[in-house]
Design a protein around this ligand. Structure first.
Ligand SMILES: NC(=O)CC[C@H](N)C(=O)O
Length: 229
């Protein structure tokens, strides 16, 4: 299995994502520049956090026009795993690959601290190594993590089990305490907290590790390879 970590001008969590893959699952991983026009060698695509294009206009509003985003849409269509973290989540909503939008935090302040998340849906390729209802500690670091969608969309998210993580103690004003959602098919996930910053107890938490092992386990199950320990 091969991972891509996309890099936009202003990404700053790309190295963390790369290291998380390298150190937790040890699978091949490449940085892929935003001008790339071929993602065919990759099975999972990580859209990392940061301040792509300086967050001008709105976070992710410019990045979503990058050439690589056409390839991300194709990859999503093909059922490949797409994980957008923080700015990556913002880019995926701007690109229309996930519903809703991320607005300024209710406090109007940048929030950077650990957060407790509840795993609402562990039946996704990204969360199968968690228990349903499990509480995990994953850091947040954002100014625009206030997830918004209209009532109808919120109901759809609930009905289709697309709400994957909620906050225990809402740090930003998100509707329904939403911290992370997936698409209907379950192969595209966006979340504001940073699992790649929680893959080793030296970092304060290793609760993010299971996201990476879940992805690879799912891939191995469908490709007949050995299971992940
Ligand atoms: N860490 C991040 O990806 C931050 C995302 C975005 N720049 C924000 O402040 O909301």
């Amino acid at each position: 299995m091969r991972f891509a970590v996309l890099v936009f001008p202003g990404s700053n969590c790309d190295i963390d994502c790369y290291k998380a893959v390298e150190q937790t699952v040890g699978e091949p991983v490449d940085y892929v520049w935003h001008t790339a026009t071929d993602l065919s060698p990759y099975d999972a695509i990580l859209v990392p956090g940061g301040f792509s294009y300086g967050d001008y206009l709105r976070c992710g509003a410019i990045s979503r026009f990058a050439p690589v985003m056409n390839e991300v849409a194709k990859a999503a269509e093909q059922g490949k795993f797409i994980l957008g973290i923080c700015n990556g989540f913002q880019i995926l909503t701007e690109a229309g690959l996930l519903p809703g939008a991320l607005r300024r935090n209710e406090s109007m302040k940048f929030r950077c601290h650990d957060s407790v998340l509840k795993v609402v849906n562990n039946d996704t390729p990204f969360t199968r190594h968690y228990e349903e209802g499990q509480e995990i500690v994953i850091p947040i670091a954002h100014g625009e993590g206030n997830y918004y969608c209209d009532e109808e969309t919120l109901q759809k998210l609930r009905d289709n089990k697309q709400i994957v993580f909620t906050y225990s103690g809402n740090p930003n004003g998100s509707v329904g305490d939403i911290a992370g959602i997936c698409n209907e098919r379950g192969n595209v996930l966006g979340m504001m907290p940073h699992p790649e910053r929680a893959v080793n107890s030296l970092l304060g938490s290793e609760d993010g590790k299971a996201m990476f092992t879940s992805i690879i386990q799912t891939w191995r199950d469908t490709h007949g390879a050995a299971s992940v320990r």
